[in-house]
Design a protein around this ligand. Structure first.
Ligand SMILES: [Zn+2]
Length: 632
């Protein structure tokens, strides 16, 4: 009978009592007194039990209502906060006067007891009072030990009962981590406060939130959306929120690796021997190092350069190992080192064999570029590949502690060569012949030589004639690579004009770097616009010998002068609005790939020479490889 509703219990008690009273009047006086007492007492106890039950029910209902109201308040509060945060200026802070709303959340000594209060103007009065919320449901309690309790059932339903999909661990939280939504390529700032400090990634939805303390955005997020696994993006530790304990679980290591890939010496030395495909989380396969880079808006010029540099083995190897540059000391307040750090991170992401996706976003790298170049190079505006390459190599060199003359870095070790520049001043062409003769006797007009270093060689194209064929289509002129390389043979003279003086210059190479960069000068600026020369350069992609461009004494010392192409950057379309793509050689497979932003396709080597090559990187053959080639 106790199991029935409390109302029924009271009714039953009355009936029993009435029956007993009836019996007490049955005419057996000896019994009636005792029976009456018995009936009265059992009536009383039944009534008490009923009252108690009713009270309990009312309490439970009140509790449930209260809790529901509290949760509603909490989500309303978060919503309002978000809305406010969106309106506030970027550096707006929660406690600033005039901030319409501030929320304080704290947990009482009862586990999971959340109190939401307000401490700011503009808060709805109805939720102004502190709300006591009943303990969290049993399902969410520690190991479900407190299986009973008024809210047990409701809670288990809301959170997913223990034992449901996803192994419940300590605390009974489902430690789901959705690898497909995780992307660590973007700036590590809190999605709400926009702060860089102490940022956690929610491993369920992939968003970033600040802090894990009781008032923090990550904490509120975990309560509001029941997302419980968070990764601290700086310490690489995992936490369960709102319970706030560290998770140590080796099954999450792949996530840490994607956030911060590391490379052993062994791994690095094998990179160019492997042809092994990696598989991304969505099943697509990719070759590490040959992965697309997002075009965020108009940054394909920078993408092509970054791709090319990431495929120069010694430079790549240096940046894959953070140890190589970690301890370089920079003056306080120096921002240029950011470039080095970001480039290293990008390099490790591009070569990560265990990435969740088959492409990488250069977002953080490019933000550093925008900052360090003082907005000379931007994400939102197409730039010039050669300008960017030149700036980037010099910036890297100086950020690594290199100087103009003496101090070398990995950048100069890989790319720097040297040449002699012979300069002869010319008399003004309008002067009479006699005067010219006389001037030429002057010391000022004698040829002078300087030795100069270079990071890349600029190759000039012959002026493109505007021939048209019978179909009225422009004929695209072609020129062999060796013709335009003749600039460096020490004999060819080229005239240079400044606004008042004319010079004749000739060049001779004195040192060839291990990796030689050619920049083919396609763009000329005149007073009004930029013009593009569409001439196609004909070149073999292997076996280009530069011996004849060295002086005789240098030839004797320089053993290897033969180069093979490893990267070819192409500019398509009009000068200002054109697009960049790149051809790179994958050393492990020996195959060529074409990359244009996110697209990666394999390409036949003979197709490479048909493009409007703009920047090329050539690799010098070592003696060992040369003999191999001969043997093969
Ligand atoms: Zn989440």
């Amino acid at each position: 009978e106790r199991k029935k509703a409390p109302g029924n219990a009271a009714h039953n008690a009355l009936q029993i009592a009435a029956g007993l009273l009836q019996q007490s009047r049955c005419g057996r006086p000896s019994h009636s007194g005792a029976r009456l007492t018995q009936a009265t007492s059992s009536f009383r106890s039944a009534c008490a039990a009923a009252r108690q039950k009713l009270q309990q029910r009312a309490n439970e209902r009140a509790c449930a209502n209260e809790r529901r109201r509290a949760l509603r308040t909490l989500s309303e509060v978060t919503r309002l906060r978000r809305r406010r945060d969106r309106c506030l200026p970027r550096d707006g802070n929660n406690g600033a006067p005039g901030a319409p709303l501030r929320v304080r959340l704290r947990r009482s000594r009862f586990r999971g007891d959340v109190r939401a209060g307000e401490a700011g103007a503009g808060f709805p009065p109805a939720v102004g009072a502190e709300l006591a919320v009943q303990p969290w449901p049993a399902g969410a309690g520690r190991g479900g030990r407190r299986a009973s309790g008024p809210a047990g059932e409701a809670g288990a339903r809301r959170r997913g009962a223990p034992g449901q999909a996803g192994a419940p661990r300590r605390g009974g939280r489902r430690r789901r981590a959705h690898r497909s939504v995780l992307d660590f390529d973007f700036e590590k700032l809190c999605s709400i406060s926009l702060s860089h400090i102490n940022v956690y990634a929610c491993l369920v939805c992939g968003k970033y939130f600040q802090g894990r303390g009781l008032k923090s955005h990550a904490y509120i997020h975990s309560v509001q959306f029941s997302h419980h696994v968070f990764l601290n993006l700086h310490t690489l530790k995992f936490y369960c929120l709102p319970d706030n304990y560290e998770i140590i679980d080796s099954s999450l290591e792949d996530i840490t690796y994607v956030l911060k890939p590391t490379f052993t010496k062994q791994h690095i030395s094998n990179l160019d021997k492997q042809a092994k495909l990696s598989r991304a989380y969505d099943g697509t396969t990719y070759l590490p190092g040959i992965v697309g880079l997002n075009n965020i808006k108009a940054n394909d010029y920078a993408n092509a350069i970054l791709q090319a540099l990431s495929n120069v083995p010694p430079l790549r190897n240096y940046f894959l190992e953070e140890e190589n540059y970690k301890n370089i000391k920079r003056p306080p307040g120096d921002i240029m080192f950011l470039l080095v750090q970001r480039f290293g991170e990008l390099m490790r992401k591009l070569w990560n064999p265990r990435n969740f996706k088959a492409h990488v976003s250069p977002h953080e790298m490019l933000q550093a570029v925008v900052l360090c170049s003082k907005k000379n190079f931007q994400i939102t505006k197409q730039g010039d590949g050669v300008d960017f390459l030149s700036w980037f190599l010099n910036a890297l060199h100086s950020a690594l502690g290199g100087t103009k003359k003496k101090k070398k870095t990995i950048v100069t070790d890989v790319f720097q060569g040297s040449m002699r520049i012979f300069t002869k001043k010319l008399p003004h062409p309008d002067l009479p012949a006699e005067e010219k003769e006389q001037l030429l006797q002057n010391d000022e007009y004698q040829e002078k030589m300087v030795e100069s270093t270079f990071m890349y060689l600029t190759l000039d194209l012959p002026t493109a004639p505007l021939y048209k064929d019978e179909k009225e289509q422009l004929i695209i002129p072609q020129v062999p690579l060796f013709n335009i390389l003749a600039k460096f043979n020490g004999i060819t003279e080229k005239e240079y004009k400044t606004y008042k003086e004319n010079f004749l210059k000739r060049f001779q190479l004195t040192k060839l770097p291990p990796y030689l960069i050619f920049c083919i000068k396609r763009f000329t600026k005149n007073n009004f616009f930029v013009e593009k020369n569409p001439t196609i350069v004909n070149f073999p992609i292997t076996n280009v010998d530069l011996r004849e461009y060295l002086s005789e004494e240098v030839q004797a010392v320089h053993k290897n002068t033969t180069y093979d192409l490893i990267a070819n950057i192409v500019h398509d379309g009009k000068p200002t609005e054109g697009a960049y793509r790149i051809h790179v050689l994958h050393h492990g497979t020996g195959k060529w790939y074409e990359l244009q932003d996110l697209q990666v396709t394999d390409i036949l080597p003979q197709m490479i020479t048909l493009s409007e090559a703009y920047i090329q990187i050539w690799k010098r053959r070592d003696s060992k490889e040369e003999t191999n080639q001969q043997g093969a």
